[in-house]
Design a protein around this ligand. Structure first.
Ligand code: GH3
Ligand code: MG
Ligand code: MG
Length: 737
């Protein structure tokens, strides 16, 4: 049962293919590789064509064969132009080789110039006698073909000295192979460089099956491109058609032909005009023709369409409120749709005018009632299809989402679950969103202007519409905080809508849309659409960027922590060093270094500002004995205790330090001698009466003096002497001076 089903399907498929015949201009060889490959690799089948290739077998005219057989195509050479000039109803489809490989070959080395060929037989086929390049070359040397001894043959063996018309691509190989000496007269070298093979068909075929013609052209092009890119594979395929063909000869032919394969598969009108001039100059044809009429152009209007344009004045309508498709600019209707309509109108020669109707539903009504003929920008809906017909889309835009600038790239709208998206009420876009993204929270607002305003004011997350509308409005309202953050997978097609009884107008519009050059489309696009657009990045790219950012961040953090720690550590270290540098390790009061500095400083202050300054110098009495009696540690203890005792009874502004051993100095800024003496006396008594616990009694001797234009050295010297006096006077004394 299943097998039967497949058989039925296969048969349907077979019947579905259009059968066409193609007559090649010679036997199977590499020259026709494109057709053979397109057939064998299934390129024809892919486009629904069942192509039957035929070799040329007799001398009958290829043109007549095409004209007398339906669904037929054929290959000719440049001579086909002469036939066209005789107004035969054929149409040239495409050049296969941009240059002709047909040359005149002299098989007799006594010939030195082309002029000598008058002495020989010219053995040629019908094509050569019509070939504009050969005729042009002979004519340029004042040789009339009519005066030559021509032997017309289709198949000829090369033996006797004569002039033969040969194809560089294959026959020369034979001559080389057979070691026959020859001389070539190549029209290309004389400046007559025309087309090689040309594909053509009847005007009937073009008229009745324009799409089939187009498909056949495209598949054949594909075949030729494939064949010359896969020469060895192609040779194998060609040999299926003729196993007797020589591999080496096919390879030689392939490489010769490859350089002449058409670059564009399009005719150059100038080249055709030169060919025409040769025929006229030689008197072969009398009048020039409009060659363009004989060249296939899928965008060319049919007679019916041309008649339609002649007899109809077209009323086009547009709103002026769908920016940037139709809008008023400087009082004039403008926009993407309007520019497309203008192009189509000019290109096709449509007579008519375009009017602005502000209300969209009125436009639909005018088209419905056939009071208007076409409107420029709309979308196809089943509802509208009931009363109107549509052109193919002339632009197709993605539906995009606009957000505030701080939002990253949105690759898929599905990730926006729970976020509010604003869309114009009843917009086609709103309907599409609801259908394809049912989980989104959609807020229908008045229009896209309103939607964007809400996004800008942070009242909704995003606004959705088609790309040009969003882009245009972000620019127009200068929303600096908005951008296009991503696109949906949905496309929005913009088309012309035409009244139902004008299919010719749709066909004309479609042809013009197809013929519109890419540059013109880009020009319109650029003019109306420019926006900051968040481009999508691949996940890998995003990951790498995040990783890199993270690494940079971590490195910066480490450096900062290191620096901060360093600074803190250094501060601490400095403080410690300072303390170490200025503090006496045993007693924790200032050391000799610090006290020296302080004395230096204070004597300078006293001198400069004439401020009072006194100093007290004291020394423990018989300290040596204390050490001797109680041990060095107790001696240390006494030093520490005495320092604490004195520190507790002096002002914070007084500077107290250990001068060395058991000697101490107290600097008393802003203190006259009498006050210093009182302090010294107070301290003497305090020490004498203090319970040092480990020792029954400790006393000190004092020297006190005040600043009298001293240096640090002089004042110390004096106080030291006073102290010495206290010792002399029995110790535990204060001596002033
Ligand atoms: P005088 O009353 O004449 O000052 O007699 P003295 O014994 O105090 O003076 P002398 O200069 O003869 O002796 C000072 C002693 O102080 C000598 C030394 O052993 C002691 N000394 C100095 N520095 C320290 C110290 O840091 N710790 C201890 N335990 N003893 C010290
Ligand atoms: Mg001493
Ligand atoms: Mg002492």
């Amino acid at each position: 049962m299943r097998k039967l089903f497949f058989v039925v399907i296969s048969c349907l498929f077979l019947f579905g293919n259009d059968k066409i015949d193609v007559l090649l201009s010679w036997k199977y060889q590499f020259e026709f590789a494109g057709f053979i490959v397109a057939k064998e690799k299934g390129f024809y089948k892919e486009v629904g064509l069942d192509v039957n290739l035929k070799e040329l077998n007799d001398t009958s005219s290829i043109v007549n064969w095409v004209l007398s057989n339906k669904n037929s195509y054929a290959v000719a050479n440049s001579a086909i132009l002469e036939t066209i000039m005789q107004h035969k109803p054929i149409e040239l489809l495409m050049p296969i080789y941009d240059n002709s490989l047909l040359v005149l070959t002299a098989v007799d080395l006594n010939i030195t110039s082309l002029k000598d060929i008058k002495n020989y037989h010219l053995i040629v086929d019908q094509f050569t006698l019509q070939d504009p390049a050969i005729l042009g070359m002979l004519n340029s040397q004042n040789i009339s073909i009519k005066k030559l001894r021509v032997i017309q043959k289709t198949i000829y063996d090369i033996q006797n000295p004569a002039i033969y018309a040969l194809y560089e691509s294959n026959k020369i190989y034979d001559l080389k192979h057979r070691h026959i000496k020859y001389k070539i007269f190549d029209p290309k070298e004389y400046g007559f460089d025309f087309y090689g093979d040309i594909l053509f068909t009847s005007k009937d075929e073009v008229k009745n099956h324009p799409q089939r013609v187009q498909k056949f052209i495209e598949a054949t092009k594909k075949g030729y491109i494939y064949a010359f890119n896969h020469i060895n594979e192609t040779i194998k395929i060609i040999k299926k058609y003729n196993p007797n063909l020589d591999d080496k000869k096919l390879l030689y032919e392939a490489h010769k032909l490859k350089q002449y394969l058409s670059k564009t598969f399009k005719f150059d009108l100038n080249k055709l005009k030169i060919m025409e001039t040769i025929y006229i100059t030689l008197g072969i044809v009398k009048k020039p023709i409009n060659i363009e009429e004989y060249i296939f152009n899928p965008y060319k209007l049919t007679m019916k369409e041309k008649l339609f344009l002649k007899t109809h004045f077209i009323k086009a309508l547009s709103t002026d409120t769908w920016e940037p498709f139709n809008l008023l600019q400087d009082g004039k209707l403008d926009g993407i749709a309007v520019e497309y309509w203008k192009y189509i109108k000019d290109k096709a020669g449509i007579r008519g005018r375009c009017m602005v109707v502000t209300d969209w539903s009125s436009i639909l009504n005018y088209i419905k009632t056939k009071k208007a003929d076409v409107t420029c920008s709309t979308t196809l809906t089943p509802d509208r299809e009931k009363y109107a017909i549509f052109s193919k889309p002339y632009v197709s835009f993605p539906i995009v989402i606009a957000t505030r600038n701080n939002v990253g790239f949105i690759s898929d709208l599905n990730i926006l679950k729970g976020k509010i998206i604003a869309v114009g009420k009843n917009y086609t876009v709103a309907k599409l969103l609801k259908t394809y993204y049912p989980h989104l929270k959609i807020l229908e607002v008045k229009n896209t202007d309103e939607a964007l305003r809400l996004v800008s004011e942070k009242k909704v997350f995003g606004a959705v519409d088609i790309l040009p509308v969003i882009a245009y409005k972000i620019n127009k309202y200068e929303y600096a905080n908005l951008k296009i953050a991503g696109r949906t997978k949905l496309m929005f097609d913009v088309r012309f809508m035409v009244r139902k009884d004008y299919p010719e107008l749709v066909a004309i519009i479609n042809k013009m849309i197809d013929s519109m050059p890419k540059e013109k489309r880009e020009e319109i696009y650029k003019k109306w659409i420019s926006v900051k657009y968040q481009k999508g990045y691949s996940e890998k790219y995003v990951f790498n960027i995040i990783l890199l950012t993270l690494i940079v961040f971590i490195v910066i953090m480490i450096v900062i922590v290191y620096l901060v720690r360093n600074i803190l550590y250094r501060d601490k270290l400095e403080k410690e060093l300072e303390i170490l540098a200025t503090m006496d390790r045993l007693t924790s009061i200032f050391n000799r270094y610090k006290i020296d500095m302080a004395l230096n400083e204070q004597t300078q202050i006293a001198k400069r500002y004439k401020r009072p300054l006194s100093i007290i110098f004291l020394d423990i009495d018989h300290f040596k004995k204390i050490n001797d009696l109680y041990g060095h540690q107790v001696g240390d203890y006494i030093l520490v205790e005495l320092s604490k005792l004195i520190s507790a009874h002096i002002r914070s502004s007084d500077i107290f330090g250990r001068w060395g051993g058991e000697e101490f100095l107290i600097i008393l800024p802003e203190t006259p001698l009498d006050k210093a003496t009182k302090l010294a006396e107070k301290l003497r008594k305090l020490i004498e009466n203090h319970d040092f616990k480990k020792v029954p009694k400790v006393t000190c001797s004092f020297g006190v003096t005040s600043f009298h234009d001293d240096t640090p050295e002089s004042i110390i010297k004096r106080v030291d002497a006073l102290l010495y006096k206290s010792k002399e006077n029995g110790r535990n004394k204060v001596t002033i001076g």
